[in-house]
Design a protein around this ligand. Structure first.
Ligand code: HGY
Ligand code: MN
Ligand code: MN
Length: 416
């Protein structure tokens, strides 16, 4: 069948309806989602996704990290599959589209091929990667990292949440430990559709981001120990105020990122203060510094400055300080051929497009280590994400899924 290409599009209404149906599961408090990994809501989202995939004629596979794989058979069962997908887990105050667009955009691709009775040589597999966010169990992209051989399965399953529950126990509890060996699957290629989570595409009035690279990430957990004491009766010169040490170091993190601008960024999103009582000087604080840059040497320099200058801050205040690397990955260069398939799909479909570096981390960043990989991005309103007000337009979602469809058709080879 000669695919003219231009007239084959996904069903944007159906995709949007599926996004809205999934958003009903694990609602937030302000219109977004709180469907954190391995919670009962995550399990419900998995069940709904599986139900949809089975109705679309896919066979389901699940590996021992709970990664889900829905396979649409190809004409050549020996041909390695083309994978698409992303993640269904969300931040505690997450949006409806981060990750979910990539999973349901992949499902919509399958539904469209079924509607048009299109057969591809390579099978196509839609994936839901467990615990992309890393908010409940650090680090982010945990299960795609195990799949890519970056983390051992035992280490990953030993990661604990704020209540001391382990990934392995929680995956068992929700009943999503699969029988496949994680990482045993071979891929012909992988494409991940994702919202940009930044302001560039919207500001440039461009529909499609052709993601050539992903910036690197570093998570350093900082523990500062001082001494709990009375906030009223303890003279200032006698205090060992861990909170003050943290405040100075958070200002240092901002300065380090700005000194490495314009592409470096830095902040701390996770902060625990102990005992966190209004009239007790904090005796201990634990926080995670998130540094990112497209340049690995810049990330390393930022980490080194944090340690040396953070240590001086602690020494000056009589505090103990510890730095633990709890997550990170090097900057990523995606596969030229797959990136080319994304770019030519956007061109063929007449969508405006531009090359872009991903500011956020994604499962594709790890899968790029084991298979030719590329990403497609669509804009998001005000560049906002990891916020319940995250928003995209139906047109943006449709354009992204259309480009995903055609990039996959080019790679999976249409036979009829
Ligand atoms: O942290 C990230 O960049 C991703 O959203 N997990
Ligand atoms: Mn994401
Ligand atoms: Mn996210």
């Amino acid at each position: 069948m000669s695919l003219s290409g231009k007239n084959i599009r996904i069903n944007g209404e159906r995709l949007w309806d599926s996004l809205m149906d999934m958003a009903e599961i694990g609602p937030g408090v302000a219109g977004g989602n709180n469907r954190q990994t391995l919670t009962d809501d995550d399990a419900k989202g998995r069940e709904l996704f599986q139900k949809w995939c089975v109705s679309a004629g896919c066979s389901m596979g699940v590996d021992s990290m709970g990664n889900m794989f829905a396979t649409r058979p190809g004409a050549d069962p020996e041909a390695l599959p083309v994978y698409v997908g992303s993640h269904l887990d969300t931040q505690p105050t997450g949006g409806k589209y981060d990750g979910v667009l990539g999973v349901l955009g992949g499902l919509e691709l399958i539904r469209t091929l079924n509607d048009l009775n299109i057969k591809t040589k390579h099978p196509i597999v839609v994936t839901n990667w467990s615990n992309e966010e890393g908010t409940r169990f650090a680090p982010a992209m945990l299960s795609s990292g195990v799949f890519a051989g970056v983390h051992s399965e035992d280490w990953a399953k030993s990661r604990v949440d704020a209540n001391g529950k382990s990934f392995g126990d929680e995956l068992e509890r929700i009943g999503w430990v699969g029988d496949e060996i994680v990482g045993s699957r071979q891929m012909h290629a992988m494409f991940e559709l994702h919202i940009e989570q930044g302001p560039i595409l919207e500001a440039e009035k461009v529909d499609i981001g052709v993601v050539t690279h992903g910036q690197g990430l570093s998570w350093t957990q900082v523990t500062i120990v001082g001494k709990d004491a009375h906030t009223g009766s303890t003279p200032m010169h006698m205090r060992k105020n861990a909170g003050l040490g943290m405040a100075k170091i958070l200002a240092l993190v901002d300065a380090i990122a700005l000194d490495n601008g314009p592409h470096a960024v830095g902040a701390a999103g996770h902060i625990d203060v102990y005992p966190n009582s209004r009239n007790v000087i904090p005796g201990k604080v634990v926080f995670t510094v998130d540094f990112r840059s497209p340049d690995l040497s810049v990330i390393q320099n930022m980490e080194n400055r944090l340690k040396t200058e953070g240590q001086s801050v602690a020494d000056s205040l009589g505090l103990e300080i510890e730095f633990d690397k709890v997550g990170g990955f090097d900057p990523v260069t995606f596969d030229d051929h797959c990136v080319g398939a994304v770019r030519s799909a956007a061109e063929k479909l007449g969508y405006s497009h531009m090359d872009i570096i991903s500011g956020a981390g994604h499962d594709a960043c790890w899968i790029n280590r084991v298979a030719p990989t590329a990403m497609i991005m669509c804009p998001c309103v005000d560049g906002l994400s990891h916020n319940e007000a995250e928003e995209i337009t139906k047109d943006w979602a449709t354009a992204g899924a259309d480009v995903l469809l055609h990039a996959v058709l080019e790679t999976a080879v249409v036979v009829s």
